[in-house]
Design a binder for this molecule. Structure first.
Ligand code: NAI
Ligand code: MG
Length: 326
């Protein structure tokens, strides 16, 4: 059976790391059909639309999408794309790999971030001169759905520690509902969990990441805590993510378009290739996903390294080493 994969490289290093991931997928001998779409700053400059209608259609029709990164238009690209694939969960693993100079070598975290609401609902207004508001939306249905997904993810992937992050002591209504709903899901399933105030959690994650496994978060908290965890394991060049919907999904590195290194050919392709491994999991190619992860891990451990990891290798050299490792 052919799987159709939408490929949207976007801007900056998205144009460099996305072909690397496609090359790795192509080396597996699976019957994939890649359909490329445009999005981001460059296509907005050219056409006026950061996410052209054709690109939406390509993502909607595909079995899964690989997205690189967008630049200044990121919010106009990735937020609608997440809606196109109906994504309610953003899954962001942050793992320390052997052989890298990680701040915290014992890190094995997975952030399960609510992907549809919170302050990212985009309801902002200027209510008076010099006064602006942002409306934070939390619903029982979305909170329940992300908690179900998080607890199930922990069970399926063998994580014993589940933490529900919140700030219900201050945001009593919104995070009160998020926390109550998520706790009820944990209790219904008979799975042990702990709850943590998200600010204190940020500190504990830095000092003792080994005490945590799956962290279920409201939208903004998940965005920030996962970037923090990127710092613990060696930088944004290593963090993949999945935007999971009921019957479609989009996979992208956590990083952006990295204008400071774009065009130099030295972007670390690991985050994007690991995102492709998550795509393989999603489509049921579990063994191939493990092959790709193992090849990335051994390349990170004793293969060529890009400058973000202290090496001098190019994106192409690292990609070739991963493919060799397959
Ligand atoms: P960024 O993730 O692009 O870069 C942050 C730092 O990490 C930079 O120093 C960059 O060189 C480094 N870095 C990131 N990925 C790397 C990789 N694969 N290899 C080596 N080094 C890497 O975040 P920043 O600088 O905040 O944003 C740059 C642009 O990206 C902005 O226009 C922003 O809007 C956009 N952005 C897009 C996202 C998306 O498309 N999902 C997500 C985050 C930012
Ligand atoms: Mg972010």
């Amino acid at each position: 059976m052919t799987h159709e994969i939408a490929v949207i490289p976007g801007d900056g290093i998205g144009q460099e790391v996305t072909p690397a991931a496609v090359e790795v997928l192509g080396a597996l001998g699976i019957d994939f059909q890649f359909v490329e779409g445009e999005a981001g700053d460059a296509v907005e400059d050219a056409t006026g639309a950061a996410l052209p209608r054709e690109t939406r259609a390509i993502a909607a029709d595909a079995d899964a999408t690989l997205f690189g990164a967008a630049g200044e238009t990121a919010a106009d690209v990735i937020l609608p794309l997440r809606r196109v694939v109906g994504s309610f969960a953003n899954v962001r693993p942050a793992v320390s790999y052997p052989g890298l100079d990680a701040v915290q070598p014992g890190t094995d975290l997975v952030f399960i971030r609510e992907n549809t609401e919170g302050v990212y609902k985009g309801i902002e207004s200027e209510v008076a001169d010099g006064v602006r508001t942002c409306t934070r939306v939390i619903t029982e249905s979305a909170s329940g759905k992300i908690a179900e997904y998080g607890f199930e993810y922990a069970r399926q992937n063998g994580y014993d520690d589940v933490t529900i992050a919140h700030k219900a002591n201050v945001m009593r209504q919104t995070d009160g509902l998020f926390l109550d709903t998520a706790e009820r899901v944990g209790e219904d399933r008979g799975i042990e969990y702990e709850t943590a105030l998200m600010d204190a959690l940020a500190m504990h994650l830095v000092m003792h990441p080994e005490d945590y496994g799956v962290v279920i978060c409201p939208n903004l908290a998940g965005d920030m805590l996962s970037d923090l965890a990127a710092g613990l394991v060696g930088g944004l060049g290593l963090l993949p993510s999945a935007n999971v919907g009921e019957d479609n999904a989009l996979f992208e590195p956590v990083h952006g378009s990295a204008p400071d290194i774009a065009g130099d050919g030295v972007a670390n392709p690991a985050a994007m290739i690991l995102s492709a491994a998550m795509l393989l999991d999603h489509l049921g190619y579990d063994e191939d996903a493990d092959r790709v992860r193992t090849a990335v891990e051994s390349t990170l451990e004793d293969g060529p390294k890009t400058p973000d990891l202290g090496g001098a290798a190019t994106t192409e050299e690292v990609t070739a080493a991963v493919i060799e490792g397959l």
